[in-house]
Design a binder for this molecule. Structure first.
Ligand code: KIV
Length: 275
């Protein structure tokens, strides 16, 4: 079944949990799509898990378009959401619409995601007015890592919790069709979920959100730089890969790979004529 913004909204109404994973390339997007995911997020987390930066701040529009195009070629049914990178929308409403348009037109995403609450509502409104669906992102918004002083849980004090709730209402009013809640106390995420009519998609925000999202390298055990508390490792693909790489190295060194079955034949007559 093809997932759209309408089917995602319908899932909230029906109490059917929304599933989302990140992907950044064709092969992984194809596998995730075939597994039956509702939505694929081409997150700017690609800066960390694909490109090796220490945060998401260096990710460019070109990076996002390049990876979104690859994901769009691999996914047939998932709703593809592309992240708007740092400084592609904060600078002006005009920049926000132009850059959101590029992610749809050149990247072939179905929707864009941007970070922030009341301060980016003008941008959300303008992008939605350009017929581009928007997912908002509240709580630990990684593009604000320097303002937060690190990757920290948000909304823990009364003032911060109130502000998060107000931001959630504001982005809904501005026209966002869903919101990612990252590293938000579970009870606050539950209250926001009950308050909004658009779906909440949680990452480190408890089980009461309307859906969940994870970075696929985290849930497969492929990213070892650090593992956030909210990650569940479903398997250890990193170990499986390392074992296979070692086996390959050993077999090449021992001239065991390639064997005859992995090669191509030519008649000896032809070879003899070349000597
Ligand atoms: O960039 C990303 O992968 C994200 C998720 C962590 C929600 O924004």
């Amino acid at each position: 079944m093809k997932n759209t913004t309408s089917t995602i909204l319908e899932q909230k109404r029906n109490g059917d949990k929304i599933t989302m994973l990140t992907a950044y390339d064709y092969s992984t997007a194809k596998l995730i799509d075939e597994a039956g995911i509702n939505s694929i997020l081409v997150g700017d987390s690609l800066g960390m898990v694909m490109l090796g930066y220490e945060d998401t701040l260096s990710v460019t529009m070109e990076d996002m378009i390049h990876h979104t195009r690859a994901v769009a070629r691999g996914a047939k049914n998932a709703l593809i959401v592309a992240d708007m990178p740092f400084m592609s929308y904060q600078t002006s409403v005009y920049d926000a619409v132009v850059n959101a348009g590029r992610l749809i037109k050149e990247g072939r995403a179905h929707a864009v995601k941007l970070e922030g609450g009341a301060t980016v509502c003008e941008q959300i409104r303008a992008i939605v007015d350009a017929s581009i669906p928007v997912v908002a992102h509240l709580g630990l918004t990684p593009q604000s890592v320097n303002a937060f002083g690190g990757f920290k849980v948000q909304g823990k004090t009364e003032d911060d919790a109130k502000k998060l709730l107000e931001d959630a209402k504001a982005i809904e009013k501005a026209g966002a069709f869903a919101v990612v809640l990252e590293c938000v106390p579970a009870k606050l995420a539950k209250l926001i979920t009950q308050t909004l009519s658009i779906p909440t998609i949680g990452i480190g925000a408890g089980a009461d959100c309307d859906g969940q999202v994870l970075v696929y390298q985290d849930m497969l055990g492929m990213f070892s730089d650090f593992t956030p508390k909210f990650v569940k490792k479903y398997t250890d693909v990193g170990e499986v890969m390392k074992r296979a790489f070692k086996e390959y190295i050993n077999e090449v060194k021992a001239s065991e790979f390639p064997s005859e079955e992995h090669g191509f034949k030519i008649s000896d007559d032809i070879i003899d004529k070349l000597y």
